[in-house]
Design a protein around this ligand. Sequence first.
Ligand code: NAD
Length: 477
Amino acid sequence: MVVVAGEPSFRESVDLMFNRAVRHMDLSPGLEQKIRVCNSTYTVRFGVRLRGKIETFTGYRSVHSEHMEPVKGGIRFASNVNQDEVEALAALMTYKCALVETPFGGSKGGLCIDPRQYDERELELITRRFAYELIKRDLINPAQNVPAPDMGTSEREMAWIADQYARMNTTDINAKACVTGKPLNAGGIMGRVEATGRGVQYALREFFRHPEDIAKAGLSGKLDGKRVVVQGLGNVGYHAAKFLSEEDGAKIIAILERDGALTSDAGLDVEDVRQWIVKTGSIRDYPGAAFTDAGAKVLETECDILIPAAMEGVINLSNAERIQARLIIEAANGPITFGADEILRKKGAVIIPDMYANAGGVTVSYFEWVKNLSHIRFGRMQRRAEETRHELLVNELERLSADKGLGWTLSPDFKKRYLHGAGELELVRSGLDDTMRTAYQAMRDVWHGRDDVEDLRVAAYIVSISRVAATYQSKGL
Ligand code: NAD
């Protein structure tokens, strides 16, 4: 977390945003308090023998709300992980899951570690040991608590966690559902790696379907040609920037990374920059773009859309006044502090809030969990039946045309696309697109439908909190 004097902590910032929203709601103080508080945080310290000596690590797993189970939330590996941050992220998971209607409570985990300091074998030992500590307390369990990747973790760590769980629960037929974001060969689902970035793309596409919303941000037209600044070219930032530039015509004019920023008015080739980082470990010396050490300053670049996709607290009281973007989409969790949010709103910027913007990950995690519990790949039963039915129609049309001498011909491209039955990837994308559109509509109805609601963040909180409250109330609380 970027800490600026006079600013609340990440956890406090989330609570202040929650409080701002509940003022517009009619909740009893008791229920309001119940929803806001974090139910529990487990702290574990464990030793691992590495390079001839024992090293002690500290990890956390917070459960914010169990109004639905299992609870869900990523595991982060970063050297600055702390209880406040993990609890803030767990709270955001509760609201996020409610907003996109995934049937989970909110949770989050973190391990204080700089993963770049360890080799793969060492990281496996550390991850398995951390997982062991959580599994034996049911803090990883298909029915109770299901982690996923977050900053500093990926498919690889999820595969180790799934295997660790399976070793400790040899007769659990649903063992694979204990964690999501796994590689395909370990029970994962197609489209999960890209899901959060894909969700950011679908969120922006949905925003740009509404001229009234575009106008609120002082923009016009479509996504095509919009000038975009992206912070963080990790899992989320890379996929979002890649899809927006390659599929929607957006122009990525700056990429900020931990060691500086690249800028280019002509637009950056995201895939090429990513390959450069993979090859050299840095964005420095990338040919074909200007480089500056003062990366954070580039957040203030004049642009249409700003996508903070790295970490929390990067837009804060120290720089909010100078941010020029008209539309900010929070691909990271908590990139805008409570104080900065107020400044940006006064300046007229539209903020698409994190709990919606980056919900693509948990949405596709939900699909993966369902796939694991049903033990069958999506589309396996229907795909060929769908193709056969479509083929019947195409054949009949062609026969009619020939019989009646109508001379109709279906274009080869249409035939190819129409005859293609949906496989897992297409179904995942369809489910994700539907989720992002439906959740945006729910937020939008509150944003435009109520005179007392001025921004999408409050609208998102109102939708989420109402749903969590309804679940608690139906349980008799
Ligand atoms: P990641 O570790 O894959 O990528 C983070 C990137 O940000 C890295 O490239 C890193 O070098 C860069 N970075 C770190 N500090 C920076 C700084 N100060 N300035 C510029 N760049 C910096 O992580 P990720 O999974 O892409 O997660 C990024 C954010 O998205 C986090 O806030 C995370 O909680 C959130 N998120 C991730 C997922 C997911 O599915 N991975 C889902 C929802 C939300």
